[in-house]
Design a protein around this ligand. Structure first.
Ligand SMILES: NCc1[nH]cc(CCC(=O)O)c1CC(=O)O
Length: 309
């Protein structure tokens, strides 16, 4: 069996696609990579929030899934919109890497909790808002581009440190630059952070689907991500909305913590719901209802209004 794998061509995307290739090879499947450019890769002069979050890193891959020129598309689970088009679905989630955000710098003595002021670069509205909330002494600057580009901007002196997902930093072998692991209790990560998702069209033959899923899917991670993604879906949060959620799945019990923060970090809502993995999506939905009922509705409206200006 031969699998055509569609991927973006950034180094992190290639790491992910090659990781999937390794899993498939272990089961005797052959594969090839098909490199695809997306709008998110091409448009670097505008913030992600302004391009519009919906599918900026996925649209071109999805077109090729439909045309059959690729069998599967590999994404960071975090970058996949919460509602997929009806003819596409996620067929596997890989085992999650450590989920924390990390502070990355050439000066690894820097610490967000020390109270010392310095400049942090990030493009994520969630990280900006959380920095404003937990670290008001920190100056935040917008910093787009892939990891290598951001590190160059760091070296140019545009900021003192970056705030990034540990998963990406580790996969690109930049562990030496990690100054601090941010606690997930405060800096709850983005939905899906640390897992790789495989997307396919409904037309993928069932034999291929089952073989790919068997070799790549991590069941416990899948249950956790189902809960997180149901939460995100109910809040209709694209990646530019500062929504966060993290589920753990231990002995088929889901514990889902998630919430919402407004753009300037003034109001942070966060709650936890526990329940059986068989009800992962219900748990996600319930958590979203609870957050919306606590004023999340108004926060979301205000965020949408601010982002559209
Ligand atoms: N939005 C970009 C993106 N998508 C996935 C990762 C990191 C790897 C992951 O979380 O799976 C990153 C970079 C970052 O947030 O630092």
């Amino acid at each position: 069996m031969h699998i055509k794998i569609g991927t973006r061509s950034s180094r992190l995307a290639l790491w992910q696609a090659e990781h999937i290739q390794t899993c498939l090879e272990a089961g005797g499947l052959t594969s090839e990579l098909v490199l695809i450019e997306t709008k998110g890769d091409l448009v670097l002069d505008r913030s992600l929030a302004k391009i519009g979050s919906k599918g900026v890193f996925t649209q071109e891959l999805e077109d090729q899934l439909r045309s059959g020129s690729i069998d599967i598309a590999v994404h960071s689970a975090k970058d996949l919109q919460s509602t997929l088009p009806p003819d596409l679905s996620i067929i596997a989630f890989t085992e999650r890497e450590r989920v924390n955000d990390v502070l990355v710098s050439r000066n690894t003595t820097l610490s967000l909790t020390s109270g010392q002021p310095f400049v942090v670069g990030t493009s994520s509205t969630r990280r900006v808002a959380m920095l404003r909330h937990f670290c008001p002494h920190i100056k935040v600057v917008d910093m787009r581009g892939n990891l290598q580009t951001r590190l160059r901007k760091l070296d140019d002196g545009q900021c003192d440190a970056l705030l990034l997902a540990y998963a990406g930093v580790h996969r690109m072998h930049y562990d030496d630059l990690i100054a601090e692991y941010l606690p997930i209790e405060d800096f709850t990560p983005a939905v899906g952070q640390g897992s790789v998702a495989i997307e396919a069209a409904d037309t993928l033959p069932i034999g291929k689907l089952n073989a790919i899923r068997q070799l790549t899917n991590h069941e416990s991670t899948e249950g956790a991500l189902k809960a997180e993604r149901a939460f995100l879906r109910r809040l209709e949060g694209g990646c530019s909305i500062p929504v966060f959620a993290l589920a753990t799945n231990i002995n088929d019990q889901i514990s889902l913590t998630g919430g919402l923060i407004d753009l300037d970090g003034q109001q942070l809502l966060r709650e936890t719901i526990v329940g059986p993995v068989a009800q992962a999506e219900t748990i996600g939905h319930q958590l979203a209802e609870r957050i919306l009922g606590q004023g999340g509705d108004e926060i979301l409206q205000a965020i949408r209004h601010q982002l559209s200006n």
